[in-house]
Structures are given as structure tokens and as C-alpha cells.
Design a protein around this ligand. Sequence first.
Ligand SMILES: Cc1cc2nc3c(=O)[nH]c(=O)nc-3n(C[C@H](O)[C@H](O)[C@H](O)COP(=O)(O)OP(=O)(O)OC[C@H]3O[C@@H](n4cnc5c(N)ncnc54)[C@H](O)[C@@H]3O)c2cc1C
Length: 334
Amino acid sequence: MSAEFVIVGAGLAGTTLAWALLRRGRSLRLIDREPPTTTSRVAAGLLTPITGKKPAVSWRWHELRPAAEQFYREVETVTGRPIFYSRPIVRVMTSDQERQAFARMEFANLLSAVDPPLSDAVPQPFGAVCMPTAAQLDSTAYLDASREHFRSLGIYTRGGWTPPTDGPTVILCHGYDPPTNSLFPLPFRPAKGEILTVRIPGFAEPRALNRGGWWLAPTATPGVYRFGATYSWAVMDDAPTAPGRDELTSRLGELIRTPFEVVGHTAGVRPIVAGRKPVLGVHPDNPRLVVFNGLSSKGSLSAPFFAEMLAAHLCDGTPIDPEVDVRNRTDHTP
Ligand SMILES: Cc1cc2nc3c(=O)[nH]c(=O)nc-3n(C[C@H](O)[C@H](O)[C@H](O)COP(=O)(O)OP(=O)(O)OC[C@H]3O[C@@H](n4cnc5c(N)ncnc54)[C@H](O)[C@@H]3O)c2cc1C
């Protein structure tokens, strides 16, 4: 089947871009190797409005958050599968300094009191605040429902992609994959992350919790949560490690004072590019090569807005924001 575009990689980037192009009536093929673990399937899918030790509103939150909800709701309508949840996040303070930093800053509409209060299993000597506009994407449900839909359209192929000599425009959405990245070098600063899946008997908290950058998020199974995530810059692979597990269990023990059982442990590599912003656009020397990458640790939040920007650029020639335009962000010097 001939198609205008071949999208390489069906993670959050490639899948979201495929929807954006299909909505514009364009023809495409989507290809993915389907390894047992991928970063997009490991991700907790949290959309967090205020982040950082020194609290700050997440980059372009007020544009990205509504675009994300609108996009995921449309996918829910087409596929009939729930994938997106409004999920307040409660930030548990680790110090009086942190509490004061929150009190000092102006976070209009982004913070509220924690109501109902957290259970006694969560110590809060320095207090806590709620971020009511936070949300969570069930990334596995989103990717599965999308893949099923694309299969039904006959446009999805399982397999590894290698560069052909000619053919349609290729859009690389390959995450952190060094062999594929060599075709369109980007200044990657990847970070490996590990996550635990835990069962916490008697704990029933529908909100996500965040303490000191560590988060605990509910899953679709009552009593089962995901806790993460580590950051490491040594070995970039998807193998869970014993030190990673030790760190996670110790940090979870600081967040909740109630027994838990580890039922899963996964890892992935965050595709972070220098500048920590998404990277998109057409290769400066090859108009048939396009990239959409650099979703960093915020793919669920940023994929819809920037997939739409790239699709509009490819289909209608609208400009790409210079902040994320690949022409300003590559190492593509020969
Ligand atoms: C531990 C952890 C926790 C995270 N938590 C969150 C979170 O709470 N919220 C959030 O928004 N983000 C989170 N993230 C970040 C999020 O996972 C990423 O931003 C996002 O998954 C990146 O998506 P991607 O599609 O660019 O890459 P990937 O998910 O890596 O997808 C790339 C795909 O391309 C395929 N591929 C690559 N090369 C080829 C080839 N040559 N041929 C065929 N297929 C190929 C791969 O198989 C893969 O499926 C987390 C990440 C980690 C590691």
C-alpha cells in the first residue's frame, strides 16, 4: 500500500502524530518493533501542573493541558476505551522551606486545600496542597486502543524499520534508539527511570501523591499503585536494577507508613534532548525526513499539542514554533 507518510515508532509521539495526520485525511503507515518494554508503556502518564524542588508552573501548562484533554477525549470517543482521567495530585511537603515556597508563589487556580484530607498512613508534618487540574493518561490503554484502531484501518505493521533508498516521507518518532537516531542526530541527554508496581492493603487513595519528586499513582486495579521514578544517567537500557528497587522501596517507605508488597518493577529511558523540550520538524538537508522526539519526562502532556503543530506544518505549511523547531536543535553537522 502506498502512503504519504511512514511513521517509525508507535510510542506516545508516533501514535499521537498518526491520529493528528489521519484527522487531516492524510494517508500513512505506522511501524513499530514492539519490544516487550517501551518507555511509553512504562510511563505513569501523569500531567503535573507544578513541578520542581523550587516550585514552578510546568512549561506551557496553560496551552498543553487543554490540548491534551481535548485530544485524548476524542480518541476515547473513536475507540470507546477510557484512557484519560482527571486526577488531582497532592503534593506532600518535605520541609517548612518548601511549604513557604508554595505559600509565597502565585499559582492562580492551580492549588487548593487537600479535601478530603489524606489518610494517617501519609505523614504530613509540613502540610500538603492539592493540584486539582492534574490528570493521568493510561498510556498502555491509549497505545493498545490506538494500535487496534490503526490495525483495523490496515495501516499498522509490526517490525523494525530500516531506511529505504526512496519512498514516502519518513517521520522518525523513535524515542531513544541510538541506531535510528544516527539517521537524524539529536543532542540526546537520556535518563533511565525505574518504577515499582505495589499492592498496598487497606490503602484507598484515588488521588496521586507527590513527595520530594517521588510520586504514587493509582492504577485501574483497586489497591494497586505505581511508584516512581528514579533518574540515572549511567546505563541506558530497560532492565530493572536491584539498586533502583532499593531506592524506590526506601522512598515509598518515606511517603507512606503502611506495609506494601512489590508486584512489578519496570524501567525505560526518557528521550531527553538538550534543552529538555520536544524537537520537531523537517531535516534541514532532506525534506523527506521528519522528526518528532524529545518528549522527555512529559510525553503525555506535550505529545498532543506538538503532534498537532507538526501535522499542521506538514499538511498546511504552518510554521513550527522556533523553541521546538529541529532546525534550532540538531547536531546534524556532517
Ligand atoms: C520511569 C518513567 C516514568 C515516566 N513517567 C511519565 C509521566 O508520569 N508522565 C509523562 O508524561 N511522561 C512520563 N515519562 C516520559 C514518557 O514515557 C516519554 O515522554 C514518552 O514515552 C516518550 O515517547 P516516545 O514515543 O518519544 O518514545 P518511546 O516510548 O520510546 O517510543 C518509541 C517507539 O519507537 C519504536 N522504534 C524505535 N526505533 C524503531 C525502528 N527503527 N523501527 C521500528 N520501531 C522503532 C520503539 O519500539 C518504541 O515503541 C516517563 C518515563 C519513564 C522512563
